[in-house]
Write a protein that binds this ligand. Structure first.
Ligand code: ADP
Length: 407
């Protein structure tokens, strides 16, 4: 039984086709630069022999509809033995579900309308996600399709943690509050951590640290998220590749007034020119680490600030949870940058967090654990896999649905 996962962005569509009998990837790829002069498809598929065959194609892809045509063609040109089981459904990544979606949801007209109503909350992402869904519904109208929201896992956050201290009407009328993102990843690694620890998720308190290009922390109490560092948008919280994370909101008014910036300029600076890039000149942690190694003070400052911010959130979420069984590092930096993990955990024995330097540097294949003997909190490194989580949730919903929906 196969599940196709689609992640439709503003100028690209990424996809992965899973064989759900063994969770293996049958094919994957992306169409990039949709709407530009030259677009490109890169496609990888598993052959009958089990090797990976790569194909690519360039040309003009005017819109997402045409992009989906390229994907359907590429997928049908690389049919595999598993095709006999047929495609069971499609899982779509949707960035913003607002307060309306607390879990993955089978798509029907009503669901599409609600995703549309949430466009003002994610004006760059939700329209692109919607186009992907509409095009897929046109291509295969009879197939069940599921929306999996980045925000859904965080809907269990209590009011004391999701409200901002601003006039209540701004929440009531404009829905200004913390939503949180990367929910699919936090939920997935929390489940994987429980499996690694051989304990029920419902018995564990975890702090999950998704440190990729975007980065966020979540406090997960007995499988339910109770706080997260990203806010109404993905700009709040940790220092990221190009985003500033937490900042005094008055800086905005000051810069609008004193630096002659427009609101659009400022939005772009804080989202695209800040974080590691603003501090050190590059958003890529590997390059920041290399620069720091060769004596670049600004790169070293960026690393120090990055880890200090992570450490502050670990302390805050330990206080929020009361006790923590494990810290879980994941995503590009969390999984691979041992020196960053070490700095984030340095000086925390008072909180029961002590890392074993040798285990940390061993660069094992995740999942593995890196705490010192006697550390009250276990420290895990777990690979995230948002697409597999979307495929799992899509399959579960399809298998458990009671009656066909109006698609
Ligand atoms: P995205 O959020 O785009 O999915 P990833 O989870 O792939 O990003 O994380 C990208 C980040 O991980 C980049 O900053 C990259 O430099 C960093 N990274 C990847 N491999 C390493 C490594 N071996 N050491 C340090 N940083 C790494």
């Amino acid at each position: 039984m196969r599940i196709l996962v689609l992640n439709s962005g503003s100028s690209s569509i990424k996809y992965k086709l899973f064989d759900m009998t063994d969770r293996s990837i049958l094919a994957s790829g992306h169409v990039e630069r949709i709407g530009e002069e030259t677009s490109a498809l890169n496609h990888q598929a598993r052959t009958a022999k089990g090797d990976l065959a790569e194909t690519s194609k360039t040309g003009r892809v005017a819109d997402h509809r045409e992009g989906m045509k390229w994907i359907v063609e590429a997928l049908s040109a690389t049919k595999t033995a598993e095709d006999e089981d047929g495609l069971a459904g499609i899982g779509h990544r949707v960035v913003h579900g607002g307060e309306d979606f607390t879990q993955p949801t089978l798509i029907d007209h009503e669901v599409l309308d609600v995703i549309r109503q949430n466009v003002p909350l994610a004006p760059l992402h939700n329209p692109a996600n919607l186009i992907g869904i509409e095009v897929a519904l046109e291509a295969v109208p009879d197939l069940p399709q599921v929306a999996v929201f980045d925000t859904a896992f965080h809907q269990s956050i209590p009011p004391r943690a999701f409200h901002y201290a601003i006039p209540h009407e701004l929440y009531a009328q404009h829905r200004v509050r913390r939503y949180g993102f990367h929910g699919t990843s936090h939920q997935y690694v929390a489940g994987q951590a429980a499996a690694f620890l051989e304990r029920p998720l419902e018995s564990l308190n975890l702090i999950t640290l998704h440190l990729g290009n975007g980065a966020s922390v979540a406090a997960v109490e007995k499988g339910r998220c109770v706080d997260t560092s990203m806010g109404m948008t993905p700009l709040e919280g940790l220092i990221m590749g190009t985003r500033c994370g937490d900042i005094d909101p008055a800086v905005h008014f000051y810069l609008l007034r004193e630096a002659g910036l427009s609101p659009d300029d400022l939005e772009s600076i804080l989202n695209k020119e800040s974080g590691l890039k603003g501090l050190s000149g590059t958003n890529d942690m590997r390059e920041v680490l290399e620069k720091a190694e060769s004596g670049d003070d600004r790169a070293q400052l960026a690393i120090d600030m990055y880890c200090y911010r992570v450490k502050k959130y670990i302390g805050a979420y330990l206080a929020a949870l009361g006790s923590v069984d494990a810290l879980v590092f994941t995503a590009g930096i969390g999984e691979r940058a041992a020196s960053i993990r070490a700095s984030c955990c340095r000086g925390l024995p008072g909180l029961g967090i002590v890392l074993d330097p040798a285990k940390n540097r061993a660069n094992a294949q995740p999942p593995f654990e890196i705490q010192a003997t006697g550390s009250a909190v276990r420290i895990l490194v777990i690979s995230t896999d948002e697409e597999l989580q979307i495929a799992e949730q899509t399959l579960e919903l399809i298998q458990n649905r009671k009656e066909p929906r109006d698609v």
